[in-house]
Structure formats: C-alpha cells, structure tokens
Design a protein around this ligand. Sequence first.
Ligand code: IMP
Length: 431
Amino acid sequence: MTADIPIRRRRRGNAIVIVGAQWGDEGKGKVVDEYAGNADMVIRFNGGANAGHSLHIGGEKFVTHLLPSGIVRRGMINIVGPGVVCSLDALREELVVADRCGSSVFLDRSAPVIHAIHRWFDAARESGGNAIGTTKRGIGPAYEDVGARRTVSLGDLVNPDRVRNALIANGYYLERLAAARSYIDVTIPFPTLDEVIHELMSYRALVMPRLHDTRLLAHQALADGKFLIFEGAQGVMLDVYYGSKPYTTSSGCTAAAVGSTFGVHQFDAVIGVAKAYVTRVGEGPFPTELNDTTGEKLRKEGHEFGSTTGRPRRCGWLDLPALDFAGRMGGITQLIITKLDILSAFESIKVCTDYEFEGRTVGPLETLTTRVLRETVPRLLPMKSWGDLQSCRNLHDLPATADLYLDLIRQRTGLPIVAVGTGPEREQLIR
Ligand code: IMP
C-alpha cells in the first residue's frame, strides 16, 4: 500500500555534505575544493576557527579556519551558517583572502560571536589539571552559551547598546565574572564589560555588509537548482554526541548538524573523508596510536602538525572499527581516502581490523564509548605497503597492495571509495 503514496520532490538543486570520518584533519579542505569546481555555494555549518582546512593551489598554501574552503574560488558564494561560532579576528584575516580571490562571503545574522570571555574560560580551564587539549579558541564556552541561550549574535554588532544588552541580559556578565573568581590560580586578567564591547564593535564595519539570512540563501539556491556543498569541520569521532566524552569538540560534526541549523535534511551524498592512517590532536583515547619511531615517521612524512595550533599530531595506523562506527553514526554514503602516498614511505604497515575488549571482540554495531576506546586491544593486520604513487592517474593505476588496502576499507565499512589522495596538490585526488 505504501507504494501508492506519492513522493513529492520539493527542490531542484543538489546538496552534498563533506565531513571528517576520523578525529579531524582528514584533508577535507582539498576534497571540498575538488567538488567546489562544480558548485555554486560552499557552506560552513559547525564549529568555528578551531578548524584548519589546508589547500595547496599552484604551489601556494591557503589555510582557512572559519570561512569555507570555497573562498579561494573566484565567483564562489561562501556562507557561514547560524551554527558556527565566529571568531572575528579569524574572519578579518580570511576575508582578505576571499577578496583577493574574488569570492563572496555571507554571514548569518544569528551566528554566535566568540568574545574575550569565552577565550578566557577556555584558557583558564586548559591551564588546570583537567585539560582536554582544546584549541583555546573559546569554542567550548561559546557553545555553552548557545545552549544556555545567552549569546551575542553577529546581528547585535549593529550598535553597542545591542551588544551591551546581550552581555548583561539575565546577569550574564556578572555571573561570568563571579565564576571566573573561582579559578584562583589563573593570572590572566578577566576582560571588563567595556573591553568586550569595544573589541566586538571594532569589527562592525567588517561584519555588517555581509550579514544575511543564510538559511534563506541556501533554500533559495536549492529552489533555483543550484549545487550546494556543506563543509563540515572536525570529524565524527570528535562530535559532541558521538565522540568520546569529554574529549570532543562542542558541536555536531555530521550531516545532522546541517539539518539542525539549516533545515536541509536530504542530501545527494554524505562524503566521509578519512586519512589512510589516523591522527588526533589533544587528549583522549586513540586505540591505534604509535608512541614510537613508527609514529614519529608518520608524523614527519605526513607533516602532521596542527594547522590551527601547530601542535604535533598523535599518529597511528588506520582504525577500521572506528571508521565503520563513524560511517554509521555520520550517515556517510561514500568515502574519500586521503594521503595514501604517505604510507609509501613504509615497507610494511598495519591496519586495525577489530577491537578486543574485556576478552571478546567488539561487535560491528556497538557504540564505541570512551571506555571501549580507552581499554580496547586493537587487532592489527600486517600488510605490505606500496611504492611511489605519483604516476597514478586513476584508481585503476594503483598497485595491487594499495588496492588490497582499499578493499579492506570497503569491506569493513560497507562503503564505496570514490577518490583517493596521492599528494597535496589539486590534481592529486584520483578517481
Ligand atoms: P575545541 O574544539 O577547541 O574545544 O577542542 C576540543 C578537542 O577537539 C581538542 O582535542 C581539539 O584538539 C580537537 N579539535 C578541535 N578542532 C579540531 C580540528 O579541526 N582538527 C582536529 N582536532 C580538533
């Protein structure tokens, strides 16, 4: 009987989501750039300037933290959505790049602003014994205020009274000041109300002309038959719900966060980006981590230093149970594997095929909790690596050993691999 119920197609355009399928830093910038060649709009929907999306174009390196990777494309419309917490210093720096490259940027009026109070609390908490290794960009405290419904929005920057009112509503400033006093060991001065207002207002001229109802822009574009890319920051394993608490970021990192901030729920593809190995920055469990010379070699070969904080990234072998979990939680429909060439530097490699936990194999549909990730013994399969990949122009050119590796990923995750990264440049993403 259900077959008789008509299905109405409500829009003409296309929407894809590109998300990290590990702990961030998977190379999403390059993948977004690849799809942006055919797109009309690139949209950031989560996180803030804690992200660092690198692009190598014509020998030049661009890193975006807050704005979408589409800013390097002439004529591209780039959007910062209502769920992105906005650092205005990062905005200023990246708008220079957008202007230089001839792209346009629209910011959602209701997007929350990160201010000095958020940065103060992030730094204060990270200076104590319970540090989780945040980027110290104020992300966590800003999202706390989103949840508590007490943010300053970009639209408030229209005049200082609006900003002041937002900061004193329901005793916000005084309450934060009182809370700050409990950090007795922290010597960083707490910002005065006037300092916060003054700093925010200094960005007024930059922000005002770019404010828009970005949901309207996205829905209008879909109705007009355009192609939209939703660019995720961080990765499924750092998602505030799916990640291992408390070692997560503070926003949703999957297509669900597109739904909850833009009201776009149907996608033509949800592309999960994963490195051929794994890295993680900050604290938290990491089952395949290599605390030895092999890990150091991975870090050196893969240039694994944070593009936001410069911190050395923790490195380890590819973790298939975690990738499978991320695929399932993230609603991922296809994978792109980046940095396959980095493993060429090794004679032999390993890949984690299963987790042993409390004397049993973790089942394929189980939730990977902090305890499982922390206490698991990864089952590692040794494999031969492959030689240089520079001459490979498409997936069929890959050596048999690399093919076998990709097959393992396909089998364990049940997902197709639609492209593979063989180097940092635009052309080095082969299909
Ligand atoms: P926060 O997002 O700055 O609060 O940091 C929380 C955790 O997420 C820390 O472990 C960070 O290192 C990690 N994190 C946040 N953003 C990124 C990213 O873009 N790549 C990798 N790790 C990130």
